[in-house]
Write a protein that binds this ligand. Structure first.
Ligand code: ZN
Length: 214
């Protein structure tokens, strides 16, 4: 190739590089919300374990797993700090996040045999959020082998109601069930939950579910 052709190709190469950059899919921003924290312990198990600590451990694994999959991840709390519900959804809205995942653990009085995962969603007229919740729950129960406690419409929950992006709240298991509580405290089990969340987010992306707003 002579010098003239090389120099003549420079604008074309620059154009192609810029085109490739502009066509690259935008990084999705995902907010991971570890439920409760600081002054608010959430549920306290009969053995004295705080829900806020389980939520944070699992949320950290979810955040790491999503970051490894090249999502931009925002953790609302990374330590034992107190955050109001309003602070949680206003931060997510201000960051113009694409998806909001709240992590919690469940409890039920006088029913120590009840166990399993639930996914809570904000009901919309097209049942889009219900489908979103179903897909998340299916992946979670498949990966962890936990019992399926169904998806639940929660129009009253502040973090689901206040967020402007798609959102879900995962009840990862019942702290009132001794065996499930033991599993929730295991690193390997927490990692399974994180893997299931990331798999589902990847599925949402593939099917362009997160590209539309709530
Ligand atoms: Zn909770």
């Amino acid at each position: 190739m002579n010098k003239k052709i090389i120099i003549g190709s420079v604008p074309i190469i620059i154009f192609l590089v810029l085109l490739a950059i502009s066509l690259r899919p935008a990084k999705l921003t995902i907010v991971v919300d570890a439920g409760h924290g600081g002054e608010d312990p959430g549920t306290i198990s009969p053995t004295g374990i705080y829900e806020k600590d389980i939520n944070l451990a699992i949320a950290k694994k979810i955040a790491a797993s999503l970051a490894q999959n090249h999502y931009k991840v925002i953790m609302l709390r990374q330590d034992d700090s107190t955050l109001s519900l309003e602070e949680r959804y206003t931060t997510a809205n201000a960051q113009q996040a694409d998806f909001f995942i709240s992590v919690h653990a469940n409890a039920i009085e006088n029913s120590s045999e009840v166990e399993g995962i639930q996914v809570l969603y904000y009901p919309d007229s097209e049942q889009a959020n219900e489908q979103l919740a179903q897909q998340m729950l299916k992946q979670l129960t498949t990966t962890t082998k936990a019992a399926d406690k169904g998806v639940i419409a929660r129009p009253d929950l502040a973090v689901l109601r206040g967020t402007t992006m798609k959102s879900l709240l995962i009840e990862t298991g019942f702290m009132t069930n001794e065996q499930e509580l033991a599993r929730l405290l295991q690193n390997t089990y927490q990692q399974k939950i994180a893997d299931a969340v990331t798999k589902t987010v990847n599925y949402y992306i593939k099917n362009q579910i997160l590209t539309s707003k709530k």
